[in-house]
Ligand binder design. Sequence first.
Ligand SMILES: Cc1cc2nc3c(=O)[nH]c(=O)nc-3n(C[C@H](O)[C@H](O)[C@H](O)COP(=O)(O)OP(=O)(O)OC[C@H]3O[C@@H](n4cnc5c(N)ncnc54)[C@H](O)[C@@H]3O)c2cc1C
Ligand code: FES
Length: 372
Amino acid sequence: MSGRADSGPSDWDAELSAAVEPPLWDPDRDDRLVCRAVRQETHDVKTFVFSGRSPCRFRFTPGQFITLDLPIDGATVNRCYTIASSAARPHRIAITVKRVPGGPASNWLHDHMVPGRELRATGPMGDFTPAGRPLSKLLFLSAGSGITPLMSMARTLDDLALERDLLFVHAARTPADIIFRAELDVLARGGTGVRLAHLCETTGADGPWPGYTGRLSPPMLRLIAPDLLDRDLYVCGPAPFMAAVRAMALEAGVDPSRYHEESFSFEDLPGNAPPAPTETEPATVSGFTVEFTKSGRTITCGPDTPILTAAAAAGLRLPSSCSRGLCGTCKSRLLSGQVAMSHGGGIRQREIDQGLILLCCSRPVSDLVIER
Ligand SMILES: Cc1cc2nc3c(=O)[nH]c(=O)nc-3n(C[C@H](O)[C@H](O)[C@H](O)COP(=O)(O)OP(=O)(O)OC[C@H]3O[C@@H](n4cnc5c(N)ncnc54)[C@H](O)[C@@H]3O)c2cc1C
Ligand code: FES
């Protein structure tokens, strides 16, 4: 049977050659993503698959995240989501989102993001990634939606057929809350060096449970991973889980340089405390006045102090997440004045040109008026 002579969308040769090397996604040129599919993973977790508006590839290392601009109640809400899909499948990216009770962004995504709908995004960003480190024996420890960066790493290793010894330990509330359970089972049954240990707080009404029950404890960790000290650890989950795992691992003698963690709340990470007054940044400083038009507050901010830090010192709570110019959560409009900003990728050049700044990494060089 002969194929079609024209080169329309049904011409596989043309489609394939265009798809092999489309340009890299460049959010400075076109930051819109199109939702291509939505999958229900568990009762409160959905996966959203995105592509660019025109054919493009996403370049990221597994474990990195994107920041979404979500149009909620007439305002833009910024939230970070880890790319859960494989870095070896660059034409689409997927995020997997847990519905947080009362949370504006996760509920908006669950309720409004459908195939065909577009969103603005920046990234990929983040340094919670094994890329650049030697291939070694791995231990992944995740809880709840903290599985997403580790899933991206596991999927990427599998797609690239890399030699590995991966022990993947995932903690969930009940068996019904285990995200990616079927896919993880397939990975573990594939004979490609992946071992799986599921751990549930309770078994619920789901009948016999073949995995571990309860919370992770030092004896359980020793039982699951007797060769703990030979492995590189990657950990992600809620703050209490991460604190417990960190304490267990360091107590067991894990070399801190082999211990890597990601928090979905940047403030939870050691050495990343939320902005607060310090001895060198007193609450009352001489400096420039900063007026926030929406809250009606005016504060003073020294020339060496990030505006977010000065605002926190003055008791003004503003949206923020990473405090490092990465995530875009503190993005605000500068109505007048000038700042010195040193960001880490959380703002586009076009936005800077339009008068937006990141409060966490901007210092005043004059009196300021900010729309916040
Ligand atoms: C680098 C990074 C990567 C992230 N990746 C993911 C991801 O892959 N999947 C995902 O679902 N979320 C992820 N998050 C969290 C996400 O950015 C939002 O914070 C989350 O969706 C809640 O937003 P919200 O507006 O609905 O609720 P918010 O009002 O922001 O949060 C409401 C409350 O829920 C808590 N909370 C926030 N996220 C979670 C969560 N996932 N589970 C339990 N409690 C939570 C918050 O601490 C807060 O107390 C990531 C965050 C960061 C910083
Ligand atoms: S809080 Fe993340 S960019 Fe400012």
